[in-house]
Write a protein that binds this ligand. Structure first.
Ligand SMILES: O=C(O)C(=O)CO
Length: 316
């Protein structure tokens, strides 16, 4: 189905939308009603419909009512490409979500004090400030490494070996997060800590529970250290989504979505996304919900299914 046909078939609103030259803006003048929440598609979510170019994909998303975008890999793009993306975002009136500022999954980078490793983290955070400014990003993801249990040390073995007690690991994580926050605070930027599940994706990560993320944020006590509550990961780790969101609400700055099992669009698994989104909306959330999941169906048809899934979940 052609993009125009799809817009017509889904009853797209007729708001005029100017982008690019006059001929193409006349042709592409239909734009769907914005969603109630700022769901942010990813690079390649709409590749089959919009082509390889990321700016074309963003235009496609904007035409279909998405008001945000998420690009985990922004840090690795050239400055020229970052500028091009930022310009398109502003022309499309879209907001940019997180990129990954620092992520380690299998080494106890934050949990064990190692000044060389810690310097690498702080350098990554400093580099992220420049990129965030260039791309108008407010939030950046930080994954603070694994627990101290599976290192490469020659002293470590699966039956024992030295392992730092949990309280000291937590104290180290807090100390390094404070140092990261000190870099971000003057720029009004926010690192969002993402708990990850151990059972389907990332066994051994230091941060896995929402209460743990909450305790870290309270201890760091900085406007630059908040929670990224990934609904997919937290469904696997702890379930009880709405009460847990409420319990750590004052430290949550950002959400990500994805259904379980399978990590595909809402409606393909066990999470009642309409009720979860309704709840988040009712609390006045104005931030972004990154669509960090795959498409359950391949091709253009699958991309339309993703759009429809968000329309259904947003119909509260
Ligand atoms: O790696 C993952 O699973 C994440 O959610 C990181 O954002």
């Amino acid at each position: 189905m052609q993009r125009r046909d799809f817009l017509a078939a889904t009853g797209a609103a007729s708001t005029a939308f100017a982008f690019g030259n006059a001929a193409s803006s006349a042709q592409e003048s239909k734009k769907s009603k914005p969603f109630q929440l700022k769901y942010a598609p990813h690079v390649n979510t709409f590749k089959q419909s919009a082509g390889n170019d990321i700016v074309d994909q963003m235009k496609f998303a904007a035409d279909h009512g998405f008001t945000a975008w998420e690009d985990n890999g922004m840090l690795k793009r050239s400055a020229e490409e970052q500028n091009r993306i930022a310009k398109a975002m502003s022309q499309l009136n879209m907001q940019m979500g997180v990129f990954v500022a620092y992520a380690s999954f299998d080494e106890p980078v934050f949990a064990v004090k190692n000044e060389d490793k810690w310097s690498e983290v702080l350098e990554a955070i400093k580099a992220s400030v420049e990129v965030a400014k260039r791309t108008n990003v407010k939030w950046m993801t930080v994954v603070p490494g694994s627990v101290d249990q599976q290192g490469n040390s020659e002293n470590w073995n699966r039956y024992g070996g030295p392992r730092l007690a949990e309280g000291y690991q937590t104290a180290n994580v807090i100390e390094l997060l404070k140092r990261c926050s000190a870099i971000l605070e003057p720029h009004d930027l926010v690192m969002v800590l993402e708990p990850l599940n151990w059972y389907a994706n990332h066994g051994g990560t230091f941060l896995s529970r929402s209460d743990q993320a909450y305790a870290l944020c309270k201890a760091v006590d900085s406007p630059s250290c908040k929670i990224l509550f990934d609904i997919y990961h937290q469904q696997i780790t702890e379930g009880n989504l709405i009460p847990n969101i409420d319990a750590c609400w004052d430290e949550i700055a950002y959400f990500q979505s994805g259904d379980n099992p399978g990590r595909k669009e809402p409606g393909t698994g066990e999470i009642n996304y309409r009720n979860v989104f309704k709840h988040i909306h009712s609390k006045g959330f104005e931030g972004i919900i990154g669509m960090e999941h795959g498409n359950s169906i391949k091709g253009k048809e699958g991309e339309q299914a993703v759009i429809q899934a968000y329309r259904d979940a947003d119909a509260f």
